[in-house]
Design a protein around this ligand. Structure first.
Ligand SMILES: [Zn+2]
Length: 92
């Protein structure tokens, strides 16, 4: 399973593990591999930054995010009410 050739993660691996890495739940080896890759790969570095910004926005501006989320939920709900799914048969 382990590739001995490189101790740097590939883009695919980083993309898969990025969220876990940013949540701090990856093991030390994975963390190091990802960090090394992020230093070298601009694309993944940017991706990581985007995730971090989203996370920061979620923790720092809870009211704003909540409001937006609520609005989206409301719009979604009203859309469902206006146009119920056509699968049908579930209603009594
Ligand atoms: Zn990359």
């Amino acid at each position: 399973m382990r590739r001995r050739r490189s101790d740097t993660a590939g883009c695919f691996e980083v993309a898969r593990a990025l969220q876990a890495y940013l949540d701090g739940v990856t093991d030390d080896a994975t963390t190091q591999r990802i960090e090394r890759h992020l230093e070298q790969c601009r694309r993944c570095g940017l991706e990581a930054r985007t995730y971090l910004e989203i996370k920061a926005a979620m923790t720092r501006r809870i009211p704003v995010v909540d409001e937006l989320a609520l609005e989206r939920l409301r719009a979604f709900a009203s859309r469902i009410v206006e146009a119920p799914p056509t699968t049908g048969g579930a209603r009594p």
